[in-house]
Design a protein around this ligand. Sequence first.
Ligand code: PMP
Length: 459
Amino acid sequence: MATNMDWLNRSLKAVWHPCTQMKWHEDGALPLAPIARGQGAWLYDFDGRRYLDAIGSWWVNLFGHANPRINAAIRDQLDRLEHVILAGFTHAPVVELSERLSALTSGTLGHCFYASDGSSAVEIALKMSAHYWRNQGHPEKNRFLCLTGSYHGETLGTLGVSDVELYKEAYGPLMRHAITVPSPDARQAVEGETALDVARRAAAGLEIVLAEHHTSVAALIVEPLVQGAVGMVMYDPAYLRLARALCNRYQVHLIADEIMVGFGRTGTLFAHEQASIRPDFLCLSKGLTSGYLPLSVTLTTDAVYAAFYDDAVTRGFLHSHSFTGNPLACRAALAVLDIFTEDHIIDRNRSFAERFTGMLAPLAHHPRVRHFRRRGMIWALDIDTDLPDFRLRFYREALAREVFLRPLGTTVYFMPPYILDNDETALLAERAVAALNAVLETDSPSLLEKEDSGSNVVK
Ligand code: PMP
């Protein structure tokens, strides 16, 4: 039987891991964990150790690993049709999924364009928005606005609408930069201010930029309610309401990137619902298949669709991926939607969230914790520490306690799958505090030979 060490050594030779300084894997600063199987919220390695997947494997997993209902749906589809080109052909899973997603937006976003990952869904929204304006006789409307600290993916187009210093430094010359507008980050509230005040201030900043640039701007892109990769920045829904009104006034599209926050993460099925608005484009991925298979979708309105409907091929939307609308992935997504309705997930999550928040009280009141915050099924807190390698230390201490948590710089967050039982929830809360105390009490030398200048940015 192969052991952890066998897989670890082979992986280090052949696999270039994402978002990772590979040297840290080699020298042990960031241990690589070979996983043999998953079951429910747990991941198991080849030596029999287990880890509670408290960040849903990069925010994708909603209903646990090896979920019997999603497994069954995929198996059933596998015997009918594994894949077919979606240009010139169609199939039941993609039709049913499109109808159901559209119905979930009350029909306001009635047209679904598919890809295989979140970045591609964002690229599609950006291209569609600019192409819409071109088809309307406004080719000059081709720039984008994004929030300070935004993150929308890692392809060149999506890096252009992201505000992540490390990536700008490395890939800036390859990017076409968006204009950044103020983030409504509720932590900016000064004494006597509320999150709503901050939202209003950020919207006023947006208006100044729109007033000056709207004739050359196609769209504003936002992560509704929670800006994820920058450190689980949370903000008041009023910002979305104000931004929607401003986009209408200045004839600019609103793109909602709900790749992380969609599918119940913020307490409603879609985050933008909490502002009682609809975007012009809605990007979904990750939880869409509960992390089972790579699938993403960009939904848009009849008005956008109609602007492309013509005899001229150049007025049509020019975009295609080999795996667009993959039937297996669409069937997994249909099974996910079934679980949402059959198990009343949104309601059930509400009581889970209250319970878990109570269990996290020792963290919320910890003397070194700042800005303990929650939105729906996302919990985050900032640690007051000067340790340059805090995130690596915390990650290791948590793993040593069977808990998989991956801080963003000095921000620790929880984004668990929606299936934790009471024992698992209690274990997660207790061991997170124990890991934090172990890190803060340490006086061992830095894990890194050089300073980790990217400590704030890597998701
Ligand atoms: N947008 C947001 C808000 C995300 O969180 C992510 C992924 N973390 C993406 C886009 C990119 O998705 P992917 O990694 O699937 O390309």
